[in-house]
Design a protein around this ligand. Structure first.
Ligand SMILES: [Zn+2]
Length: 115
């Protein structure tokens, strides 16, 4: 396993562990648990893990984008404007990402590269 994978695994394991801790803290009492309550706790835990995985993989993918995209309208090299926060709605809910942001001096348009 590469260092990058080991680092990603450690972060995801920590987030999964936090979700499991929350299950233990919030689960209905065993002697009176209704199936619907159990299901609800399981769904929330699964959603938290799914959000952590989505956020981590999207961030990793964004970091792999070339540093200097060209403007889709005029083809000029765009200027890097640092990282900006962007909220994205995914299958597993809304996640906030810090994404590289670029600006075209000719077209006066900004761009978050895909990925
Ligand atoms: Zn342009």
């Amino acid at each position: 396993m590469s260092d990058r994978d080991a680092d990603l695994k450690a972060r995801l394991m920590a987030q999964a562990e936090a979700a499991i801790d929350q299950v233990l803290a919030c689960r209905p009492a065993a002697e009176s648990a209704e199936l619907a309550d159990i299901e609800q706790v399981a769904l929330v835990a699964g959603q938290q893990v799914a959000q952590a995985v989505t956020g981590a993989l999207v961030t990793e993918s964004a970091a792999a984008v070339p540093a200097w995209p060209v403007c889709p309208a005029c083809g000029q090299r765009m200027k890097a404007k640092g990282k900006r926060r962007r909220r994205v709605v995914t299958e597993s809910g809304e996640v906030e990402l810090r994404r590289a942001y670029y600006y075209c001096g000719s077209c006066h348009q900004g761009l978050f590269p895909p990925g």
